[in-house]
Design a protein around this ligand. Structure first.
Ligand SMILES: [Zn+2]
Length: 155
């Protein structure tokens, strides 16, 4: 496994936001355990409608928790990989995300959807790293605050 094979990341725009950084900035380091966990759980995704499978892994103090997307014939009832990983973490008794990795196989880095950005912000501090990975390794790294600036909070 190699990391950071995309040298032009500095110009990358994800979801209309410029936030990805170049390998030269040193943020594309690979958390191998998170990468392998997200890649493995992606194989279990239930995506008969879109065919687009995603795996997510979050690290908390108790370890790594994973989730995959689970689609439903009633489309809005589907669950994103990130949401599944967060649910697994909370079920294990943790409520603090230390690191996130999302794995998908697409032409561009796959960032969390809007709803999952809000879910991540509930359990992760603004500086928590969210790595966006594909088969060749880490494609981009953003923070929770970069993914969801000015996030909603009741606090
Ligand atoms: Zn989502």
């Amino acid at each position: 496994m190699q990391k950071a094979q995309l040298p032009r990341m500095a110009a990358l725009t994800i979801g209309g936001m410029k936030g990805a950084v170049s390998p030269q900035q040193g943020r594309l380091s690979l958390s191998q355990d998170l990468f392998e966990a997200a890649r493995a759980v992606r194989e279990n995704a239930h995506a008969p409608y879109s065919g687009f499978r995603v795996g997510a892994a979050v690290r908390s103090k108790s370890g790594i928790h994973v989730g995959c997307n689970v689609e439903n014939a009633s489309f809005p009832e589907g669950i994103c990989a990130e949401g599944g990983a967060i649910t697994s973490m909370v079920a294990a008794g943790d409520k603090a995300i230390l690191e996130v990795l999302v794995y998908a196989d697409a032409d561009t880095p796959v960032a969390p959807c809007g709803g999952c950005r809000q879910k991540l912000a509930e359990f992760a501090g603004p500086d928590v790293k969210v790595s966006l990975a594909g088969p060749e390794g880490i494609r981009a790294v953003m923070t929770v605050a970069e993914l969801l600036p000015s996030s909603f909070s009741l606090k």
